[in-house]
Write a protein that binds this ligand. Structure first.
Ligand code: ARG
Length: 566
C-alpha cells in the first residue's frame, strides 16, 4: 500500500512545486468511506499559495492528473482530490509480496546496525511473580520481537531484584524460623511467609531491623554465610521464574540483576562526586534536582549502603559500555515514573550525552476482578496459576467441542497462554485494567483465541484444497470489496509494526491482527473458496494463503503461537 501512496505523491508532486514529496506524503489521508476512494489529498494548505479556493484547486488538480498504472480514477470532492487505486494491481503486489517473503513479510531494515537494550520482566527474588508482573513480561517480549523484526540487534535484560536491604531481613527471618526443606518444597510462597512474619514481628521488636541491616552489610562485605543463603534464595526463586518463562516461551540474553552491580557502583558514585553533584543531606548523599522540579535523588544512605537508584545508575553505564546501545528501554510500571525521571536526569547532569537514549516505557496497573480466585493461600494471584488455569480451561473447551481432538495438550498450551498474552496486549499500555477470566478465555469477540482460530481456519481451507497455491492467478478476481479490504489490511502490516515500534506500543499489532481476522472472516463468509471454477478457486486460495501467513507473522510478533488446528 505504501507503493500506492508514493505513486500518488509522485503524480501530485509534478503539479505542485511548493510542497516537497515528504510534505505531500504527510498530507495524504485515507478517506472515511470507500465511495470516496482509497486515498485523499486535502488542498486547504495550498489555498494561500495558489490564491484559489480549496475546491477549485481540487478540481483543477483532478483534471490534470492522469489515471494510469497504479491509479484507476482521480476525482475532486470538496477541497479534496480523491484517488482510487488499481485494485488488481493491489492484489498483485500484496499476494506476491507475502508469498515470496513468507516468514519475513512485514519485516524491515530500519534498525540495521542499531542496538536496543530492553529491560523487562525483572521480578524480585523471594517475592511472587504475580499477575502484575505479567504486563512488563509480555509487553517487553513483544517489543523485543517488534524491534527484532525491523533489523535491530536486541539485548533482553532481566534486571532481577536480587539485592538490597530486604535480603538482610530474609536472612534474619530464615535463621529464626526457616527450614530448608519447607522452603525448597515451595520456595517463593515460603520465603514470602518468612518476609511477612519478619515485618509483623519487627513492629514489636525494632531491634530486628538493626540486625537485618547488619546482615545486609555482611552480605555486601562478602561474608560466606550471608552469601550462601542469598545465593540459595536466588537459585530457588529463579527455578520458579524459569517455569513461568517456559510456559510463556520467553528467553533473556542477560540475567544481570541488581546484585551484578554490587562492585560497579563506586565508579559511578565517584563520577557524580567529581562533577560536584553529590551533596550531603542529613548524613545521606543525594543529587539535588530541585531545579528540575523533582525531589533529590538518594544515592547512598547514612551507613553508606546503596539503593535501587545507585544500582540503576551503574547498570545504565555498564549497558552503554557493554552494548553501545542506540536505545535502552525500561518496561516498568507507571508507579516508577519518578524514579526513571530522576535516573535519567542524574545521568544527563553527569554529562553522558547518551542519557537521551534512555526510555521509560510505563504501563498501567492490573486489578483483579471481584471474586477472582487464587488457588494458593494469600492475597496474591500467582502468574503461574493464571497460566495453568488458562490452559486447563482451554483444554476443557476444546474437548467439549471435539472429544477426539488431537494434540490437545500442546494446542491448549498455545491457546491458553496466548489468550492471556493477547489480553495483556489488547489495550494501550498505560491504561489500568481489570483482569477477568471470562474475557480472557472467551473464544468470541476480540480475543487471542479468535485470531488463532481464524489462522487455523485458513489452514483448514488450505489443507482441504490440497493443491499448490501460487501467485500465478487472475488478479481481477480479487477486486471485490471483501477481497480489497483483506488485501489493504495485509498491505498495512509493516506500517503498523513500525508505528508500534516508534511508540513502543505492541497493542497496535494486536489491533492489526484483529482487523485482519475480521476482514478475512467477512470475506470467508461471503466468498466460497473451494468452488469448481478453477480460476476463482486459485485466486481465493492465494488470498487465504496470504492471510494465513500474515496472521502467523503478526501473532509471532506478539509472542504467541499460531496453531494449525484448534
Ligand atoms: N524489580 C523491579 C520491580 O519489580 C523492576 C526493575 C525494573 N528495571 C530497572 N532497571 N529498574 O519493581
Amino acid at each position: 500500500m505504501q507503493d500506492f501512496k508514493v505513486a500518488i505523491a509522485n503524480c501530485l508532486k509534478e503539479k505542485i512545486e511548493d510542497l516537497s514529496l515528504e510534505e505531500i506524503l504527510g498530507l495524504i489521508e485515507i478517506p472515511p468511506n470507500k465511495d470516496m476512494g482509497d486515498y485523499a489529498f486535502p488542498c486547504f494548505k495550498l489555498a494561500k499559495v495558489f490564491r484559489k479556493a480549496p475546491n477549485m484547486i481540487a478540481s483543477d488538480l483532478s483534471e490534470t492528473i492522469e489515471a494510469k498504472g497504479d491509479i484507476s480514477k482521480v476525482m475532486p470532492m470538496g477541497g479534496y482530490v480523491n484517488f482510487f487505486v488499481n485494485k488488481s494491481q493491489l492484489a498483485n503486489n500484496v499476494i506476491n509480496d507475502v508469498l515470496t517473503q513468507k516468514d519475513a513479510y512485514g519485516h524491515g531494515k530500519m534498525g540495521d546496525g542499531k542496538t536496543v537494550v530492553i529491560d523487562f520482566s525483572s521480578p524480585n527474588i523471594a517475592k511472587p511473580f504475580h499477575i502484575g508482573h505479567i504486563r512488563t513480561t509480555v509487553i517487553g517480549n513483544a517489543l523485543y520481537k517488534i524491534y527484532d523484526s525491523q533489523g535491530y540487534d536486541t539485548v533482553r535484560v532481566n534486571h532481577l531484584g536480587d539485592y538490597g536491604t530486604q535480603f538482610g531481613k530474609l536472612i534474619v527471618a530464615f535463621k529464626l524460623w526457616g527450614d530448608k526443606e519447607t522452603v525448597e518444597s515451595n520456595p517463593i510462597p515460603e520465603l514470602l511467609k518468612l518476609y511477612i512474619r519478619f515485618h509483623d514481628e519487627a513492629e514489636e521488636k525494632p531491634e530486628m531491623e538493626d540486625e537485618a541491616r547488619a546482615w545486609f552489610t555482611k552480605l555486601e562485605n562478602g561474608d560466606p554465610e550471608a552469601k550462601e543463603l542469598w545465593q540459595w534464595f536466588r537459585d530457588e526463586s529463579l527455578k520458579e521464574f524459569a517455569r513461568v518463562y517456559d510456559l510463556l516461551d520467553i528467553q533473556f540474553d542477560s540475567y544481570n540483576g541488581e546484585s551484578f552491580y554490587s562492585d560497579k557502583m563506586d565508579t559511578v558514585i565517584e563520577t557524580i562526586k567529581e562533577k560536584g553533584l553529590l551533596q550531603e543531606s542529613q548524613g545521606t548523599n543525594v543529587v539535588d534536582l530541585e531545579a528540575y522540579n523533582m525531589p533529590p535523588a538518594l544515592i547512598t544512605k547514612n551507613d553508606g549502603s546503596t539503593l535501587y537508584m545507585t544500582r540503576d545508575l551503574a547498570a545504565a553505564v555498564y549497558r552503554k559500555n557493554t552494548y553501545n546501545f542506540d536505545k535502552c528501554i525500561y518496561v516498568v510500571g507507571s508507579q516508577q515514573a519518578l524514579h526513571f525521571q530522576q535516573l535519567f536526569k542524574v545521568l544527563e547532569l553527569v554529562g553522558f550525552e547518551w542519557a537521551k537514549d534512555l526510555i521509560h516505557v510505563p504501563f498501567g496497573m492490573v486489578a483483579l476482578e471481584e471474586g477472582t480466585m487464587s488457588t494458593r493461600k494469600g492475597r496474591v494471584v500467582f502468574l503461574e496459576d493464571v497460566l495453568k488455569q488458562a490452559i486447563e480451561k482451554t483444554k476443557e473447551t476444546m474437548l467439549a467441542k471435539n472429544p477426539d481432538a488431537k494434540n490437545v495438550d500442546t494446542i491448549a498450551k498455545q491457546v491458553g497462554v496466548g489468550a492471556v498474552v493477547f489480553q495483556e496486549l489488547s489495550n494501550s499500555r498505560i491504561k489500568d485494567y481489570t483482569f477477568s477470566w471470562e474475557r480472557t478465555l472467551s473464544f468470541e469477540g476480540e480475543t487471542g483465541p479468535y485470531v488463532q482460530y481464524t489462522h487455523a481456519r485458513c489452514c483448514a481451507v488450505l489443507r482441504k484444497a490440497n493443491e499448490e497455491v501460487t501467485s500465478d492467478i487472475n488478479y481481477e478476481l480479487l477486486t471485490n470489496e471483501d477481497s480489497v479490504e483483506v488485501l489493504k489490511t495485509i498491505a498495512s502490516f509493516n506500517k503498523n509494526i513500525v508505528s508500534a515500534l516508534n511508540r513502543n506500543e505492541p497493542h497496535i499489532v494486536t489491533r492489526f491482527v484483529l482487523d485482519l481476522a475480521q476482514a478475512f472472516n467477512k470475506f470467508y463468509h461471503d466468498n466460497p473458496i473451494l468452488v469448481d471454477d478453477v480460476e476463482v478457486r486459485k485466486a481465493r486460495l492465494a488470498l487465504v494463503a496470504a492471510t494465513r501467513q500474515t496472521l502467523e507473522n503478526g501473532l509471532k510478533l506478539l509472542g504467541m503461537h499460531a496453531p494449525e488446528r484448534m
